[in-house]
Design a protein around this ligand. Structure first.
Ligand code: BG6
Length: 603
């Protein structure tokens, strides 16, 4: 997924584009570039395969004509074509008159390129997006209206696109979108388009999310069209977050800040939802039909959050639950009266949107659990549970995982109460557990920072790591392994502890780090003994006496003692911090790990 921005302002546009690109860089950081219309009536394009800072230096060194108020920018997550300056966006047409930035994949780019080359067009890159510029150029030969030329061009495309075209000659800007997110906004500061609101939050208060098939001219009056005909504009939405809340606030990186925010995020969600759990109103207000079974859908960390919520529904309410990896789900069989829980912090992950599009949901209801209420997923769902974690910039999800689980479990408890699948006394006990989450997370953060540095130093050079869990702990083991892979690039595997002796135990050698999530299931001790016997290095994340005693406030007795029916969610904190600390010790960039992006809007 890439990040794109466009702006038409009355002030110098370069600082605005560069500021926005810095806030979009978590969407892709293989290369970056800007095109700005000059006072000389053409456009100045600068690109780099380095970060936005180096682009800033290049723009600063620009010695040509003045760079007033119109421009476009891009940060790239490479899908087609190597990471080179030639393949970096913005791309041009043959004359250099047009510049464009694109997020998405053009599936028929090969055929279009061959056709355009036969017409004499010369391509400068290997990138699929470049065909769009040449198609618009072709269109302008027959009709000098940029909006119509862009409409004709996207009419030839197959795949997904959020694209903005700048005409250096006429100073016109036109955007088009199809199966890729793009927001448009106007304010006293100018007219803007961006892949997400974080990038332009500081300059606008309201925005419109482009729908599939929309084309809009970014002029003082926004001109919306579809298929070349004027169309009504999408609904206006309020921008909740401003630029001010997207800094590291004194932390060394975003991941550190977002881990530290988890107790407050949990408190905010619990305060909002817990009062509506026991009377079932949280669920009843979603106005969904009765369900007999649940299907959980998601990718990456969101899938793990879904697994925890699904685990709560099946262990607390005996609801049949299946979990599907979104990229494998498109042809799953859907039974009637299925509740589909689709989780995505960004709400824009293409694998998930694609699965939802292909699944037969006619006899099911779709609930989205997302951190972005204006996302494509939210627009497609029957009901939306917003997990309200605030912007998450670190590519590896942390606070949104905790927010999704707490939001989902609160809704699950309320659904079980509303459908009389749970005794009130049980509901009271479990919602008490939810209310304790802020304190549990804060305690886990304090203990983790105390005990983990020595452990990290001990296992720093180990080539591989094993994560084990039993019962509800298995999902946390999966999340722990995922975090370590995402951030440290070390091999990590998770296993249900009971599976160890059926194969994975062969991985354990003297000193092999084995992180065990102890959710209170006594069977875990057998697996620990098996690892111990082979000299493995056990790191037990559990209650009192554990290597990392974070579970249940580390108190032997009290409300959290004994086997947990879902979670222990607080055990994810040492897994996040362990992965971060080990990655930092290896010199990794924990906010922008290699080869990854915050959410992938291409299949
Ligand atoms: C990956 C991110 O691209 O997508 C992960 O790096 C994330 O952190 C996964 O969990 C799913 O993204 P989302 O937005 O659908 O939750």
């Amino acid at each position: 997924m890439c990040g794109i921005v466009a702006a038409r302002t009355t002030e110098p546009v370069a600082p605005i584009l560069l500021g926005a690109l810095k806030l979009l860089e978590y969407r892709g950081y293989d290369s970056a570039g800007v095109s700005i219309r000059t006072s000389g009536g053409d456009s100045a394009t600068t690109r780099t395969i380095d970060r936005v800072e180096s682009l800033e230096a290049r723009v600063g060194a620009w010695s040509g004509a003045e760079l007033p108020g119109t421009g476009i920018g891009h940060t790239r997550w490479a899908t087609h074509g190597a990471v080179t300056e030639q393949n970096a966006h913005p791309h041009q047409d043959c004359s250099g008159r047009l510049s464009l930035v694109h997020n998405g994949i053009i599936e028929n780019a090969g055929a279009l390129r061959r056709e355009l080359e036969e017409q004499g067009h010369v391509f400068a890159s290997e990138v699929d997006s470049e065909v769009i510029g040449h198609l618009v150029e072709e269109g302008l030969r027959h009709d000098d209206d940029l909006a119509r030329a862009v409409t004709a061009a996207v009419g030839r495309l197959e795949g997904s696109w959020a694209v903005v075209v700048l005409d250096g000659q006429t100073d016109r800007l036109v955007a088009a979108a199809h199966r890729s997110p793009l927001l448009v906004a106007r304010s006293a500061r100018g007219v803007f388009a961006a892949s997400d609101i974080n990038a332009i939050g500081e300059w606008v208060e309201h925005f419109q999310a482009m729908r599939d098939g929309d084309v809009v001219e970014l002029a003082d009056e926004l001109r919306w069209s579809r298929g070349g005909l004027a169309s009504e504009e999408p609904p206006m939405a309020d921008s909740v977050w401003t630029g001010a809340s997207i800094g590291v606030d004194g932390h060394p990186d975003f991941m550190s800040k977002e881990i530290a925010e988890q107790p407050d995020v949990a408190a905010r969600i619990v305060d909002r939802l817990a009062p509506h759990v026991l009377d079932g109103s949280l669920w009843a207000d979603l106005a969904l039909p009765h369900f007999d079974r649940v299907t959980v859908l998601g990718c990456g960390t969101s899938l793990n959050a879904g697994r925890m919520i699904g685990g709560a529904l099946s262990s607390l309410g005996r609801v049949p639950v299946r979990t599907l990896v979104a990229s494998e789900a498109a042809d799953a069989v859907m039974e009637p009266r299925t509740l589909v829980l689709a989780l995505s912090q960004s709400g824009e992950t293409a694998d998930l949107l694609n699965a939802i599009e292909h699944l037969d949901l006619t006899r099911s209801s779709l609930v989205a659990i997302t951190n972005n209420e204006h996302s494509t997923l939210a627009r497609r769902a029957d009901s939306v549970l917003t997990c309200d974690a605030g912007p998450e910039i670190g590519v590896a999800a942390t606070k949104t995982f905790v927010a999704q689980v707490i939001t989902g479990v609160a809704a699950a408890l309320s659904a079980l109460v509303a459908s009389e699948r749970m005794l009130r006394s049980d509901a009271v006990r479990h919602s008490d557990e939810l209310r304790l989450m802020p304190e549990l997370l804060a305690h886990a953060i304090a203990v983790s920072h105390e005990v983990l540095p020595a452990i990290v130093a001990d296992v720093l050079d180990e080539p591989g790591f094993l994560f084990l869990g039993q019962g509800t702990g298995v999902v946390l083991a999966a999340e722990g392994a995922l975090k370590l892979k995402e951030l440290s690039y070390r091999w990590a595997e998770h296993q249900p502890a009971g599976e160890l002796k059926h194969g994975p135990l062969a991985l354990v050698d003297r000193g092999t780090p084995v992180l065990v999530i102890d959710s209170g299931d006594p069977r875990i001790d057998r697996s620990i003994a098996e690892v111990d016997a082979r000299g493995g290095r056990i790191v037990r994340i559990g209650g009192p006496g554990s290597t990392v005693p974070v579970v249940g406030l580390g108190r032997p007795a009290g409300p959290m003692a004994g086997a947990r029916r879902w979670g222990p969610l607080e055990a994810v904190v040492p897994l996040q911090i362990f992965a971060r600390d080990l990655a930092l010790a290896l010199g990794r960039d924990v906010d922008k790990p290699r080869n990854l992006a915050k959410s992938v809007t291409v299949e």
